[in-house]
Design a protein. Sequence first.
Lengths: 490, 484
Amino acid sequence: MHLPILSIIVFTPITMAVVILMMPGERHGLIRGLALTGALIAAGLSVVAYISYDQALAGYQFVEQYAWVPSLGISYHVGVDGMNLPLVLLTGVVIVTGVLISWGIDDRPREFFAFLFILATGVFGVFVSLDLFQLFFFYEIAVFPMYLLISIWGWKVTREYAAMKLTLYLFIGSVVALVGGLAMYFTSGLGSFNMLELQQASFSPAFQRFWFPFVFVGFAVLGGLFPFHNWSPDGHVAAPTAVSMFHAGVLMKLGAFAALRVGIMLLPDGARYWAPVILVLATINVIYGAFIASVQTDFKYVIGFSSVSHMGLVMLGFATLNLDGLTGAGLQMFSHGVMTALFFAVVGMVYDRAHTREIPKLGGFSHFMPLVTFAFIVGGLVSMGMPGLSGFVAEFPIFLGLWQVQPIVALIAALGIVITASYIMRVVGGVFFGNTPQDLVGHIGPIRGQDRVALVVLAGLLILIGLYPAVMAPMVQSGAGAVLRVVGGA
Amino acid sequence: MAAQSVVTSLVLPVLPEIMLLVLVIVVLGADLFWRGERRDGLGWLTAVGLTIALVVTIAYSRPQDGSSLIFGGMLRNDWPAFSFQVIFLFAAAVTCLLSIGLPGVGGQGEYSALIVVSTLGMSLMAASADLIMLYLSVETTSIPLYILAGFLKRDEKSTESGLKYFLFGALTSTVMLYGFSLLYGFSGETNLYRLAQALQSGGISPWVIAGVAVLSLVGFGFKVAAVPFHFWTPDVYEGAPTPITAFISTASKAAGFAVLVRVMLVAFPSIEITWTALLAAMATATMTIGNLLALAQHNIKRLLAYSSIAHAGYALIGLVALSELGAASLVFYLIAYIVTNLAAFAVVILFARSAGSEEISDYAGLSRRAPGLALVMLVALLSLAGMPPLAGFVAKFYVFAAAVQSGWIWLAFVGVLNAIVGLYYYMTVLKVIYLYRSEDEDKAIAVPRPHAVALTVCVIGIIAVGTVSAPWLDWAMTAARGIF
């Protein structure tokens, strides 16, 4: 009987949320301390799980299964393999850095951290789910707190609109996918929601072709797939910093991951049938997202649309249905998660000091915040796919995989990288270098120690994976191999 | 030996009814003798009495071996009856707790007694196996509710509510009675279980039977507030004393479903295809109209009224599915809906009591004014919207699962899309509570002990049904199997 490490990871945040809710609301210091403790426990355990995962053995490890609703074949069933373990780690990293970045929240921090932690439990729960019902259960838990977090603590101008739009988009997607999940359950005739059994169910091709779009797109809405990406830039911009980090960094991966796990792995024939369509849509994501990002003048919108563009690469990797593409997609999920969390953290720090995000009104921040500048440039280079950083490790296999399937698409999508380079350099030049506008001089204070720690952790991870891909690439590759075995080769 | 078998076969099955009758007498007696401050104890007395009845029912009144017709075929001693009785007793006990100390209704003996009589009627409704018994029990349930809805004599809205409820109720129950008389005319039977066979062997045109079924549906549709028999709902809910609104929207609705399920499944199997199609259309209309009209509401009680119409629609899906899982999902849905709706109304009652308003816009700043109460409202509304880990999510999941299982894919899609509309208006309320500021933020909202007890029980219930759903589902499954 080993330690139920995944369950502890999943339930630590929600337990902490309940504890925090029971504290007196005005003890801000205590609440922050509790939040950090909870985040550190969850993150620490995910590091432990990551390190102690036996790569030689591969497959699902740390598996726990308990009957939940036996009469319908629903169980609480968790386990990690090379595909989802990096995402668990990512969630751990983002929750810790998110808490650190949110140190300055003064409006009802008790509720803020409680909702954020309920969200975290949902995210962890989805990533480790091996049961379809459980996946939906945690998925909804992950979606809803976003509404409150954005509408209460978000940017006053657009928060109500953006929060409602985001929640409705994601909820529509998930309930449509839910009907698809139920169809799978009853058609399989297995009487079980266990995904490991359902993936053996071999549904008829006609069934798969019919339901695949519902299930895949239902989840891919949260992954930001064109033309259902519309909620995401608005949502990211309106959200408070930590929530943007969580949302772009982790939640979009949740959508992509569920689309892979439920859509592609349970309906492989449907995936092959619809793969060309996904390729086209995802290519539009990459190019269109990058173009829109490059004409934005609001710093945060630039980053918001860059997420749309980068998630397109993940979807492209999925649609290749080969080992290189899937490995790249898995790595890109982690790399983009860390990178975009870093971006949003930086945007938040700049905004807190300048009280504007209009790029023309900013400038010269490198004089005041050298560490922030350095971190942003690291993130920028990652998003351009510069060798030596994690972006290259992730994007190179995606293009390798794409080339094997559709060289044209690979060429077009590569254009996205060029556009990315242009807008990243424009932001770096406009915000961090050049002259500081007169009205800002003297108003730019130093960043908090907590912010420094968060930036160093995030930038450090990007560099670590770039310089030494062996810490993650083989694991993701084994996970991608497992996916391919289910899907049945390229 | 003989005496013992009489006890087990004739007394234990009607133990809930016997206890309720005794409770009515005790309450009315106490009402005569208690004076002054002691009268506040009347609410506690009723609530405790109902809780005792609940516990005793669960302990002793469980149907032992299968189902049996008792009292000359008037009642049926089976799991669905038992399950619904437990639900009614729970809802009635919470309603009494919520009524304690409310101006106009607290400390009134006849108020508590009427709630108990109505509960007695419901519990007979759930067990009725005969058209005559059914009609009498429906009336026993409804007449006290008409009075209760108009209980605040000096309040115009309450009077309007009582009168409107009475007029609609009288009309629909007459139509239903006409349907019953035709049923008897065609089959020569009043017992539901024998009636089905008589209808099948009698060579009567299925269209005629369908027509009769529709007439009966009018009465049941009124009870569950399904479209197009829903017009009374918003006005009655708004005007009635809020605990009574809570009671009508939970227990009375569940009672309607109890008879609807039994009559449809038992008496009309010969025209299944017709009535499932009819009910599918009704469910679609009920969900859609309920949700769309809820969008435009400014009064929290009217919003919950339309939302309760929509929820009747979701529950109907379970019946349309026409399977064991379907009937079970309906029972499960009602369990989840009742604990949730009672919690929501409890918050409405407490807020109205301290702030004197039922306008949604006045809920601004509630999360600063009373963080705990705001959290309860959050839990209740999210459960109504169908968010995990709360009861509403699993309930909707099972209902939609039943629909997909029976091939009603389009109905499941209608259901999930409606759930999104629902989410929208529940979120707008939450937005007011959590986001908007108000000048009254420093004025606390009192939570007296009985209400605190009710809130705690309901919130624990919402989370327990939502997370540990297996025992509840098994219970609902047993109830569903017992109908036949």
